[in-house]
Write a protein that binds this ligand. Structure first.
Ligand SMILES: *Cc1c(COP(=O)(O)O)cnc(C)c1O
Length: 376
């Protein structure tokens, strides 16, 4: 089969109708107020507090700085426990705060931090846990927070993949001391680039909002060594537009997910994520693990690529195998994460992905390619 005209990538940014966005940003030309917590910023913050069911939320220019500055706001010291099965941002945010990451392995079923291995990694230097709701699979928040409480540790979730998800109808933002969200172009909800931190303690507002604006509290008071993490008005306008459509976006993703599930579940050697009946999902990603399947992950990756379909090896390599961390950590210390990173493929998943392309992807995974059949 020849290459298609348009490549199929792992994701495609969701965008509002052009006229909706154009109409909204017209106001910016009139106001000349482009950033620094303008009207759109305030409006989006308010709407997201409702959508995410949280009282305290601060917008950021991107998810990474939201996490970096949330960590800074808690004045952590020493060691922070996290997982290596995530995007570079999680660990970099810890290291860039002068803290030492300690890698806990992941669970073989949902790839979140393995709470059964957590306690053995806690030392007198540990100050926090940063678990990741990876692929939107929610961590076992009860187990993790019970352990954190026993050892007086802060819990900051990397919720970059968990936008809008609920556990027993309770918004994911309500767990832990804080939760970071990413609104990057590739995420379920986007503000082009963007992010937010939701947090429990209202007293942190001054600090978190101060840190993203150079530590400036008022015209004459600079109280903290902050940075620049402010979301601008064009981003906030995009968020206001996209938020109107996000529920529909998630509904469409669900159709895609169900099609993949119908085709790929129950096949020996192919593992889909388990479904947790307590969780309202956002269908952010479609990770599939090939363990002892007739074709390897890399072979399937190549065969799809030949058809102009580009899945991603999220998350390969593990963070503890990165070139920049190689001399400090060993991937062998987190064997489950190492194995899953070698077996996982994240398949294309976005609202407007045609179902016949999903079928084509599944055909390619399940059968030998046409050219090989021809030779048989
Ligand atoms: C996307 C992502 C981030 C970073 O968010 P940005 O908005 O891209 O800065 C952090 N953690 C995880 C797990 C992510 O997927």
């Amino acid at each position: 089969m020849g290459r298609r005209n348009e490549p199929i990538r792992v994701t495609r940014s969701s965008m509002p109708p052009f006229a909706e966005y154009a109409e909204m940003i017209r106001e910016l030309w009139e106001s000349h107020w482009l950033t620094n917590m303008g009207d759109f910023h305030q409006k989006l913050e308010k709407e997201l507090k409702e959508y995410l069911q949280t009282r305290n939320l601060s917008l950021f220019v991107n998810g990474h700085l939201a996490l970096e500055m949330a960590i800074q706001a808690f004045d952590l010291t020493g060691e922070v426990i996290t997982t290596p099965f995530t995007f570079a941002s999680t660990t970099h945010a810890i290291v860039r705060n002068g803290l030492t990451p300690v890698f806990c392995d992941i669970r073989a079923d949902d790839y979140t931090l393995d709470f059964e291995k957590l306690e053995s990694l806690i030392t007198e230097r540990t100050s926090a846990i940063i678990p990741v709701h990876v692929y939107g699979n929610l961590c076992n928040v009860e187990e993790i927070e019970a352990i954190a409480k026993r050892h007086q540790l802060k819990v900051i979730y990397d919720g970059a993949h968990a936008f809008g998800e609920c556990l027993d109808q309770k918004g994911v933002a309500s767990f832990g001391d804080a939760c970071m969200f990413s609104f990057h172009a590739t995420k379920v909800f986007n503000t082009i680039e963007g992010g937010a931190v939701a947090y429990q303690d209202p007293e942190l507002a001054c600090k978190i909002n101060g840190l993203k604006n150079f530590g400036i509290l008022d015209e004459e008071t600079v109280a903290m060594v902050g940075g620049n993490g402010k979301m601008n008005e064009f981003q906030a306008a995009m968020g206001l537009c996209n938020l109107k459509h996000v529920q529909q976006e998630i509904e469409k993703r669900k159709q895609i997910y169900n099609r993949y599930k119908n085709r790929l579940s129950g096949i020996s050697g192919i593992r889909l994520c388990p479904e947790n009946p307590r969780v309202t999902k956002n269908y952010a990603y479609m990770p599939v693990v090939f363990e002892g399947y007739k074709k390897s992950r890399d072979q399937i990756f190549r065969e799809l690529e030949e058809q102009g379909i580009y899945p991603r090896k999220y998350f390969y390599p593990c963070v503890n195998a990165y070139q920049c961390y190689r001399d400090r950590f060993r991937p062998e210390d987190t064997p489950v994460a190492k194995r899953i990173s070698q077996e996982v493929l994240t398949l294309p998943m976005y609202a407007d992905l045609p179902l016949d392309v999903v079928d084509e992807i599944c055909d390619c995974i399940l059968h030998r390619t046409k050219s090989k059949l021809g030779q048989a």
